[in-house]
Design a protein around this ligand. Sequence first.
Ligand SMILES: [Zn+2]
Length: 148
Amino acid sequence: MAKIECIYCGDLFEGSPRHKNQTCCRRKECQNAKKAAWQRYKLMTDPEYRANQHSSQKKWCQEHPDYWKQYRENHPEKAERNRILQIIRNRRARSKDGISKKDTALIAKMDASKPDKFEIVGQFWMVPVIAKMDASKINIIRIPECYP
Ligand SMILES: [Zn+2]
């Protein structure tokens, strides 16, 4: 049987004769990515699934009222990242053509400088617009003139 290239990790794997149109290998990371992609698709296309997910998440949040507050306190970087990504999501939702010119304006200086050996003169998030990837935080630093 011909080997199949996994769409997540790119490795070649032996496809099962019982499953046609296989696209994903058996690695746990790839199976998780496949499941997450299925859930994203289902949330976009199935209003009933979306409503069920929403109500079960709401119920869980009511049972664990301090979870997200604690999470944000313990992960200030993640909270900042989410704040920025939410601004982008809000702008996308407002713009009818998906990617608006406002999104490009978000790739801009975010913070004032912080004192350090290498002075940070600005920060921004690189946010992939097309591919499903994580955003990356970029620090712009001033290199002292004496630095070799
Ligand atoms: Zn894989």
